[in-house]
Unconditional design. Structure first.
Length: 161
């Protein structure tokens, strides 16, 4: 009588471990996709440089944000509302939580220590930079949603510092 019970318990434990492992692997793949796309988009947003006169680099924030959003849409297969199109590698809508351009207009002199306590970011910046944080809801097998949050910082490191 005990053998069928043990067999059912072992099969149940095996299936539970298998499903949780699959879910963990999918979460990791989604985070890697988001991180790569966010890095590429932040890199693309740094290049609408406005002026290089007198050794200053000025990045227009509106043009940088537009270039960032377009790069995200292209790299992740999203529409204008950042919803995934059919065939997109992401599972749900992307949200841009934070986008910041740090250049000579911001009143900071380089090098300096950038800190953002809200998103737990700290980086020693040697030149103008763009900081962005995105997140996506990850549908889990359990009853609650789990979010994937990905930060990226890309800086134009000056050689004289």
């Amino acid at each position: 009588m005990d053998k069928p019970f043990y067999l059912i318990a072992i099969v149940f434990m095996f299936c539970t471990c298998w499903v949780l492992q699959e879910e963990n692997q999918l979460w990791d793949q989604q985070r890697q996709i988001l991180k790569a796309a966010n890095n590429k988009a932040v890199h693309a947003s740094l290049f609408p440089v406005e002026s290089l006169n007198a050794g200053t680099i000025l990045i227009p924030e509106n043009a940088a944000f537009q270039a960032y959003k377009e790069a995200l849409e292209e790299n992740l297969g999203l529409d204008e509302m950042l919803q995934p199109k059919p065939g997109s590698p992401v599972l749900s809508q992307i949200r841009i939580l934070h986008f910041e351009v740090i250049d000579e207009h911001s009143g900071r002199q380089f090098p300096f220590l950038y800190e953002n306590s809200e998103y737990h970011l700290t980086k020693y910046l040697r030149g103008p930079a763009v900081v962005a944080v995105i997140e996506m809801d990850f549908p889990r097998i359990q009853t609650f949603q789990f979010t994937i949050r990905v930060p990226s910082i890309y800086e134009y490191a000056r050689a004289d510092i």
